[in-house]
Design a binder for this molecule. Structure first.
Ligand SMILES: [Fe+2]
Ligand SMILES: [Fe+2]
Length: 278
């Protein structure tokens, strides 16, 4: 079975390219399940209930977040009530949200998804490595396909998490830096690994924000509004192939969809006959 993991969706441009392409992409790439990081989906920071619904409606199966998870209070009810969205599992136990989710792929397999936050240049949280052990002990043994989004700054921590969980989970992929890394590989024991999936949003930017604004504030210290940029929108993610019998990954491939290809995929979706109502 094949899972698409999508890197940080940033603002309206990020939402738009996901909505525009995902259904056609699922058919083209024979994708059974989609997991997306949506911590920047709302104007570059946070997530709202309506954008959550929009992404699920666009055929995202499970949502992970990160350090911007609670930027908007309204998302807390979704985090508490919905079964296909997780908080970082090394946040305090009383923080809104679930530590892991089990979602069903189009191919019928159950897939466990969890997320952890790094501690280097980030808000102090519990040890992500010990939290990973806690989560793995909780996930039912029969759920063999297990995916971790490690939302962290340091590539060393991400490599360490990959090595610690090699052979014990299907995939350890990173998010948060918004920069796609070229280190995708299958670790010993069948764990797909990549330091960072990259960013789904405007690439003519500083990590998704307007270049001129970030430049001005950085150089002059004059405060400005770091609005989401608009140019060169791209979808970045990776496709992971997994043997459902063992939960072991057999392949990982980077996927980049630029605007021209996104437009072509959107036309394919529009050309498809509407699904019957019953
Ligand atoms: Fe992010
Ligand atoms: Fe982040």
């Amino acid at each position: 079975m094949r899972i698409l993991l999508i890197g940080d969706i940033v603002g309206k441009p990020g939402q738009r390219i996901v909505v525009q392409t995902l259904k056609a992409l699922r058919a083209r790439e024979q994708i059974d399940l989609v997991v997306a990081n949506a911590e920047n989906a709302l104007d570059g920071s946070g997530l709202s209930p309506s954008i959550y619904k929009k992404l699920i409606g666009a055929s995202v199966d499970c949502i992970t977040l990160g350090d911007h998870i609670y930027r908007r209070n309204e998302i807390c009810s979704v985090l508490n009530s919905e079964s296909n969205i997780v908080k970082p599992a090394n946040y305090p136990p009383k923080a809104p949200g679930k530590n892991w989710a089990v979602v069903t792929a189009a191919s019928g397999e159950q897939v466990a998804v969890f997320s952890l936050l790094g501690r280097v240049f980030m808000k102090p949280v519990d040890c992500p490595f010990q939290a990973a052990e806690r989560v793995l002990a909780e996930i039912p043994a029969e759920v063999k396909i297990r995916v971790l989004d490690f939302h962290a700054e340091a590539t060393s921590d991400k490599q360490l998490m990959g090595r610690m969980l090699a052979g014990r989970v299907s995939a350890v992929v990173g998010t948060h830096t918004h920069v796609t890394t070229a280190d995708e590989q299958i670790l010993p024991g069948g764990t797909a690994f990549q330091c960072d999936l990259g960013m789904t949003g405007p690439h003519e930017s500083i990590l998704g924000r307007r270049i001129d604004r970030v430049m001005e504030t950085t150089i002059t210290f004059q405060p400005t509004q770091f609005d989401v940029a608009t140019g060169d929108v791209q979808l970045h993610g990776s496709l992971v192939d997994i043997d459902p019998a063992t939960g072991q990954a057999t392949a990982i491939r980077r996927l980049v969809i630029k605007q021209a290809e996104a437009d072509a995929l959107a036309m394919q979706t529009a050309a498809q006959p509407a699904e019957p109502m019953n």
